[in-house]
Design a protein. Structure first.
Length: 192
């Protein structure tokens, strides 16, 4: 009886969390089709990225700041290691795997955790990690999803100029995202 109760409780929590996803910020007909970076060189994209700002996500609710590390595997897949840093300085990490969806490498399918419930969470065939902006020097990137429910501003360092931050917000706005929803990470320093 106890395993059934535990499974039921877990299933209820997962369903409740699914219902807590924020509503689309705008009707689909009112926003432009999401454009991605023309081409992403995965070797150059690999390495550490600091999350500068993000839309609030239930998975990151206790994260004061976050970072991600990407490494290219021999089979063309990408290992993803996301680290959440809590306000008290403690950390938790989750490892996942990403595979490019098309020849541009700007759209990826990312899956985290090797658990039974991770397999139950559908990943759209067009991917759930779209690089929608990438500077030519691979210092700054904007990642989002076509439904406009997720948005991350990434940087190779936790410092960002005011001009670059303004540029990133402008790009996000032009792509149909609401920059007013962004939460700035605790480690982020926006300066001149």
């Amino acid at each position: 009886m106890r395993p059934i109760l535990t499974f039921s409780a877990l299933a209820s929590v997962l369903l409740l969390n699914a219902c807590m996803v924020p509503a689309d910020p705008a009707p689909k007909m009112d926003r432009p089709q999401l454009k991605t970076a023309a081409q992403v060189d995965v070797k150059r994209y690999a390495g550490k990225w600091y999350e500068v700002a993000r839309y609030p996500q239930w998975l990151q609710k206790d994260c004061a700041s976050a970072a991600a590390e990407y490494s290219l595997n021999a089979d063309g897949s990408i290992t993803v290691l996301n680290t959440c840093i809590r306000a008290d300085g403690s950390k938790r990490s989750v490892e996942g795997s990403a595979v490019p969806v098309d020849g541009t490498n700007s759209r990826l399918k990312v899956r985290f955790a090797k658990t039974w419930y991770a397999a139950a969470i559908p990943v759209p065939k067009e991917g759930n990690y779209w690089v929608i902006d990438l500077t030519p020097d691979y210092r700054h990137a904007i990642v989002g999803t076509p439904d406009r429910r997720t948005l991350w501003f990434l940087s190779r360092s936790p410092s960002l100029s005011k001009a670059e931050f303004a540029r990133m917000k402008k790009v996000a706005r032009e792509q149909g995202f609401d920059p007013g929803r962004l939460v700035i990470d605790a480690h982020t320093r926006i300066g001149n």
